[in-house]
Every structure is written in structure tokens, then in C-alpha cells.
Design a protein. Structure first.
Length: 285
């Protein structure tokens, strides 16, 4: 029985792993000159930081909404194209199934990376069971049918991002480094079809994602298809839009726990302004 269970898990991994992969080599390549640059790229190593040199730091949590125009390169394409360009979620999923990236999620909001998930647990997380009522053509009786579906790139509309801002006195610079990412899917009421918010799937450490991100091209300029960067460069250069939903605080509260509606957005902007002022006030002009 254990052997059958093992084969079943391997089958699910192979079935899901084929989704989001680059299409096989075609007779006609996407370009006459081929592409050898991105597959061989590696992430630029970070500068070593000593704990004694960090004079100030603050942890920030952000929401990246993929429906915003600036964030569309993270959402598209929904299927890999001939140039092996993939969405952010497809890049993550490919390396999650091979074990090169570890997901964390017990409890669900594990942004401290204490509870790693196995590959079989990740496969189970990326499946959803829906119940659909169908009418029997002979008897006319309504029957509930259970349908299993995979969570694909189209279902991911938001990401949580955890980052650390700090001031390094050795280099006299204010710097930010991303700690982790968490994809979120929309929750839809099966009975009414109404939107019920977002559900986080798992957290992944950004450091483990960088090698895969450095090899994944992103098309930023529609007028110039050669003007590509990688996901790693996109995040390091901060070419995305977001809003802050939490900062490190004594009570470990989210912004929405003490501000609602427009006040929550104003509080998010106030935190962003505070980060700017802290760096600005370090210097005299």
C-alpha cells in the first residue's frame, strides 16, 4: 500500500511539473539568434553585512497586487511562450516540485520559515476541490459532483512580500533586502460565486528563489522585445508597485487592525514616508 501511495505522489508531481514548463524545442526558433544569455545567468551576490554594523532596522510587509499595471509583468504570460518567458508563479512552482525551493506553511502564516513543507504537501496545497451541482438527464435529480482542479498562474492575483530595511554604518548606506514571498489566491463562495477575500498558500524564502529568478526573463518594454530583465533584477531594482500592510511593532498588529478604509491607505503611506525621512535625516545638506 505504501508503494502505491508513493507512485501516486510521483505521478502527481510529474503531472503538475509539466505545467508551467517551457515548450519543447520547435523547428522554427523564436529568434534567428537563439537565447543563451538568461539560462546561464546567476544572481549578483549580496554584500556581506556584520550585525555590529547595522545601526537601525525595521521589518516591512507589503502587498503586491498583480492587477495593477506596473505589476503585470509578474502575472503574464499565463502560459510559457517560445522564448521560455513565464509568470512569477510558474517559476516558483517549477522549482518547488523539484525541491530547489522549500515552501513553509505550518501554521499557514509562517513567515519565520520554521515549518517546512514536503513536496507532496505542496502538491496537495496546489489542488482545490470544488463541488458542482449537475442535473441527471434521465431522472432530473440534482447531484453534487466533486471536481479537482489545479491552482494555476491565472488564480494568483496577489503576493505578500516581507523585507528588511536597515542602515549599514560601515558603508553608510540605507539598504533593503527581501526576506520572503507568499502567493495568494482568490476565495470564491461556491454557492453564491461571491468574492470572499484572499487565501495565502505558503511562504518561500527569497534567497532560495534568486537562482531561479536570475534565469527567468521578464518583458518590460512592449516596444522593444529585446529589452528584457530577470525577475531577480526586477525585485532588486524595485520595479514593482505595492502598499504596506504591516510594520514591525510592539503589538504585532496589522495596519487594518487599527485603521480601516482610506485611513489604512494613509497609514501605509505614512510608514513609507517615515522610511524615506529616516534615510534623509541621516545627512546634512
Amino acid at each position: 500500500m505504501k508503494i502505491l501511495s508513493l507512485f501516486f505522489v510521483l505521478f502527481l508531481m510529474l503531472a503538475n511539473g509539466t505545467k508551467g514548463q517551457c515548450p519543447p524545442t520547435l523547428l522554427q526558433p523564436a529568434t534567428p539568434y537563439g537565447s543563451t544569455h538568461f539560462p546561464n545567468k546567476t544572481p549578483l551576490p549580496y554584500v556581506h553585512i556584520r550585525e555590529a554594523d547595522v545601526m537601525w532596522s525595521k521589518t516591512i510587509w507589503r502587498v503586491i497586487d498583480l492587477r495593477e499595471k506596473m505589476n503585470l509583468p509578474l502575472y503574464y504570460p499565463l502560459e510559457p511562450d517560445k522564448e521560455c518567458r513565464k509568470s512569477l508563479f510558474d517559476v516558483l512552482r517549477s522549482d518547488l516540485f523539484t525541491g530547489e525551493i522549500t515552501a513553509y506553511g505550518k501554521p499557514l502564516l509562517d513567515d519565520e520559515f520554521n515549518y517546512p513543507l514536503t513536496i507532496s504537501e505542496v502538491v496537495a496545497l496546489l489542488k482545490r476541490i470544488d463541488t458542482v451541482s449537475t442535473q441527471d438527464p434521465l431522472t432530473g435529480v440534482l447531484k453534487d459532483t466533486t471536481i479537482a482542479r489545479d491552482i494555476v498562474s491565472e488564480n494568483i492575483k496577489r503576493y505578500w512580500l516581507k523585507e528588511l530595511w536597515f542602515f549599514d554604518k560601515q558603508r553608510s548606506v540605507m539598504e533593503v533586502r527581501i526576506i520572503g514571498l507568499c502567493p495568494l489566491i482568490e476565495k470564491i463562495d461556491q454557492n453564491t460565486g461571491e468574492f470572499r477575500g484572499y487565501e495565502p498558500l505558503f511562504w518561500v524564502p527569497y534567497a532560495e528563489c534568486r537562482p531561479a529568478f536570475a534565469k527567468a526573463p521578464v518583458l518590460m518594454l512592449v516596444a522593444n522585445t529585446s529589452g528584457k530583465i530577470t525577475f531577480d533584477e526586477l525585485f532588486e531594482k524595485r520595479i514593482f508597485d505595492s502598499f504596506i500592510y504591516k510594520e514591525s511593532n510592539v503589538y504585532d498588529r496589522l495596519v487594518v487592525e487599527y485603521a480601516q478604509g482610506i485611513n489604512a491607505l494613509l497609514e501605509s503611506d505614512a510608514i513609507k514616508e517615515e522610511l524615506f525621512n529616516i534615510e534623509h535625516d541621516l545627512w546634512h545638506f
